[in-house]
Ligand binder design. Structure first.
Ligand code: HEM
Length: 130
């Protein structure tokens, strides 16, 4: 049985989280310039990210894409992922009820670890194990 998302976590909460998170990201001295170099029009990116988090946290199936492929060419490594997570976790705890925040944070950590591994592997920085 698929576990139900925690109380208070719905499409509206996800939209609030995504908008709040990227407002902080855009203002961040480390990550802001990396996003600014790749995203000219923020409206479609925010829609895409809302669909992504809806799929991840509510299993809505709204997102279909390949985040690994999008991140492999970016100038990012472990310190960027740690910083991204710190901002995500602070935003989730500020904007969401506690159980909803933890639900999102757990999934963000897993996906960040997987992206971090995939980015490093694509650069030949990790052994390509099957
Ligand atoms: C390490 C810091 C990160 C940076 C600098 C970063 C930057 C970016 C940029 C510039 C794009 C747009 C790429 C494009 O359209 O060509 C993007 C897309 C995206 N990012 Fe990240 N990202 C980071 C971490 C993460 C993490 C940890 C997640 C998930 C938990 C994530 C999820 C996504 C998704 C779902 C997309 C949309 C991909 C698509 O267009 O289908 N990112 N990111």
């Amino acid at each position: 049985m698929i576990p139900q998302p925690p109380a208070g976590l719905d499409e509206a909460m996800i939209e609030t989280l995504v908008h709040g998170f990227y407002a902080r990201i855009r203002a961040d001295a480390v990550l802001g310039p990396i996003f600014a170099a790749h995203i000219r029009d923020w409206a479609p990116h925010l829609r895409q990210m809302t669909a992504f988090w809806s799929s991840v946290a509510l299993t809505s199936g709204r997102y279909q894409g390949n985040p690994m492929q999008k991140h492999q060419p970016l100038p990012i490594g472990p310190a960027h992922f740690a910083h991204w997570l710190m901002i995500f976790e602070a935003t989730a705890r500020d904007l969401c009820p506690p159980a909803a925040a933890e639900h999102l944070i757990l999934r963000a950590r897993r996906i960040a670890a997987s992206l971090e591994h995939g980015v490093a592997a694509a650069r030949g920085e990790l052994p390509r194990v099957a």
